[in-house]
Design a protein around this ligand. Sequence first.
Ligand SMILES: [Zn+2]
Length: 278
Amino acid sequence: MRQCSFTVDVDRDVNQACEGQVCAVSAPRDGSDAPRFASSAKGLETIVGVLESLDVKGTFFFEARTALAISRTVDLPSLMKGHEIACHGYDHEDLTGHKSGMPLSRAEVDDVLERSMSVLREIFGGMRFGFRAPYQACDGDIEEALFEKGFIYDSSKVRSLQDGPIWPYRTPSGIIEVPVASGIDPRGKKIVGYLWPMHEGKRTVDDYVHLMGQADEGLMVIATHTWHMIENFGTGLYSKEEARRQKDLLHGLLSKGLDMGIELVRIDDHLADNGVRE
Ligand SMILES: [Zn+2]
């Protein structure tokens, strides 16, 4: 059975790294780049609704600050029942400092990871989580910190299906890596499993269906962001019709995957059933 994990980053709306600042900002609106969470909250409900309508489960990487903000108005444990809860930092920190120009010490990285886990445990329960680094910015030092803090796996890297089936594997630091898939589109150009260009109107559902068709054995990971169901970088907040269309695009993509015989599974369930290829 071909397996695919649909993964979702639940982070602040249209986030971007800010030079000289560890924490991320939201794309400026009305003259302010203060973090916003409303689109992320709404988009989370949309995505969970799509998954429920297809009777499949996903893996959700929660930024702790966003989880706290959403939990003020949404009963998160009940909404997320059956889905995998994973971790995406506390304030969407650039852990390597490459984008923000603010590298973190190991003690600061440890502190971010501990505080993030503690928020997720408080809201959802559970003890161990998977991790995806904000901006997918992860290196050997971060992997080592994740391993030592007891994370189950990291899913920050990208690996191409052109090199053969993608299996979760153990990195030299000890942590299991579950890479996001990339492949080629129908025109032979590189396509990454993040749905970002689809939400921005730069790629079609069929491009991603073509990518999913390249999955064989192993685990294909695709990804998106909750806020991208409600707004994007190019045009800002969607109209009601556009938000509805975005929901239909996602539903169309996942249901085509199921029609192709792909099983949609949580990452942790895949690992429990299949282990890793060392
Ligand atoms: Zn993120």
